[in-house]
Write a protein that binds this ligand. Structure first.
Ligand code: AMP
Ligand code: GLY
Length: 423
């Protein structure tokens, strides 16, 4: 079966790699892909929002399954577009992807179905939002309603900082229309974890938990990024807490979506906060694989990813075999200097082969080929370097050792990925 993967980051590289190991997989195409994805799939130069060209390509090639990676085309109805052309597609329709596309929708859903999350208020009027904010205590969280590349959230330590975030979003237009509506939310203290699950309606098959590192600097300092590193499993978190999160948050949410007439098929990704007493509460829901969570979770999958996707699309997700390796995986992101603010592109990258020969698994996030054919940087997050091993310490050492082989001007990485698991 020939497959079309839509997207072009580290997540899609990990998806394409796992699909390429499937017994049933024929040719794999990736639109638009990147320089690393080109090693496991044929990259097609079509943008993720060009639904007409994507569906025409899929029909022309007789694609048996399309798999959608990123959030924005999902929110924009890409799955509906494929379904309209009768092309099998793995991902949620627009009305289900709204769980990620609108934080106000997600919060209202959780409130209605009494699923644990932080207290909040939603505003589309700046003066009202400001008046409300001035009555609150810091720390407090200000979130744009719409998608903002993972950067629309400010965890403010002071009310002044929160007021600035509110002003930037609602008056300054820093996030365009995504910021015309905001959610102001109670701050939750604790440890974060991500649970991704294959979902079809009320059938939820959770993957092993992972943890991301969103802030740019060591010790979780500085502005949030798309994610600077991940690891899986989480040996320092009681499995009963993970189980509780699946039973009390992920499954009830999938069921709530069905009750609302928004049957969810695809990857439901819960961002969770585990409070000091072990209670998991919801930070956010995403309607897709996490990036870079996927880079540590999928290498641990021992079953056939294509079979799982097809089972979800065909209504047999409850029956398919899904086995995971006990081995740990740690992903260290190499980013461009300046990210998550402005950064240069076009820096020559060397050493990936050496990193791979020395135990690293390298996923390309933002890479391209220059006119001269050299591998160059083309994004803020450039590479995700994964190490594997019997436990987190071994996997982390393998990941960091592999990064030492890779060079590009201004390369930046956090030095404390997975440290929380080893305390
Ligand atoms: P989100 O995009 O909603 O996942 O938010 C990005 C990051 O902001 C999360 O991963 C958390 O680290 C942090 N965050 C979001 N909401 C809260 C909250 N209510 N309390 C504490 N931290 C939060
Ligand atoms: N790594 C967080 C995300 O994919 O949203």
């Amino acid at each position: 079966m020939d497959i079309l993967v839509v997207g072009g980051g580290g997540r899609e590289h990990a998806i394409c790699r796992s699909l390429s190991q499937s017994k049933q997989a024929g040719k794999i195409y990736c639109a638009p892909g990147n320089a690393g994805i080109a090693n496991v799939a044929e990259c097609v130069d079509i943008g993720v929002f060009d639904f007409d060209a994507l569906t025409a390509f899929a029909l022309q090639k007789g694609i048996g399954l399309a798999v959608i990676g990123p959030d924005d085309p999902l929110a924009g109805g890409i799955v509906d577009a494929f379904e309209a052309k009768k092309i099998p597609v793995f991902g949620p329709r627009a009305n289900a992807a709204e769980i990620e596309g609108s934080k106000a929708f997600m919060k209202d859903l959780l409130k209605k179905y009494e699923i644990p999350t932080a207290a909040y208020e939603t505003f589309d009027d700046y003066e009202k939002a400001l008046a409300y904010l001035r009555l609150q205590k810091a720390p407090i969280v200000v979130k744009t309603d719409g998608l903002a590349a993972g950067k629309g959230v400010t965890v403010a330590q002071t009310l002044e900082e929160a007021e600035k975030a509110l002003h930037d979003a609602m008056v300054g237009g820093s996030f365009g229309s995504a910021g015309s509506k905001v959610v102001i939310e109670e701050f939750m203290a604790g440890e974060e974890m991500s649970i991704l699950a294959f979902v079809d309606g009320e059938t939820v098959r959770a993957m092993p938990a992972a943890q991301d590192h969103k802030p740019i600097f060591d010790g979780d300092q500085g502005p949030n990024t798309g994610g600077m590193g991940t690891y899986s499993p989480l040996p320092h978190i009681d499995p009963a807490i993970i189980e509780r999160a699946i039973e009390e948050i992920v499954k009830p949410t999938a069921k709530a979506m069905v009750s609302e007439g928004r049957h969810f098929t695809g990857i439901l990704f819960a961002g969770l906060m585990i409070e000091a007493d072990g209670t998991p509460r919801t930070v956010e829901f995403n309607a897709r694989f996490g990036d870079p969570e996927t880079q540590v979770v999928l290498p641990r999958l021992q079953s056939d990813l294509l079979e799982i996707f097809l089972a979800a699309v065909n209504g047999t997700l409850d029956q398919v075999e899904i086995e995971w390796s006990d081995e740990a995986a740690v992903c260290v992101v190499l980013a461009s200097e300046g990210y998550p603010a402005a950064y240069p592109k076009g820096k020559v990258i060397t050493g990936i082969e050496a990193a791979e020969q020395n135990g690293g698994l390298v996923f390309h996030a933002g890479t391209a080929r220059s006119e001269a054919g050299e591998l160059v940087t083309a994004g803020g997050r450039v590479l995700g370097v994964v190490g594997q091993g019997a436990g987190i310490a071994e996997a982390r050492d393998a990941a960091y050792a592999a990064t030492e082989y890779i060079r590009f001007e201004g390369a930046y990485k956090r030095s404390d990925i997975a440290a929380k698991a080893l305390k």
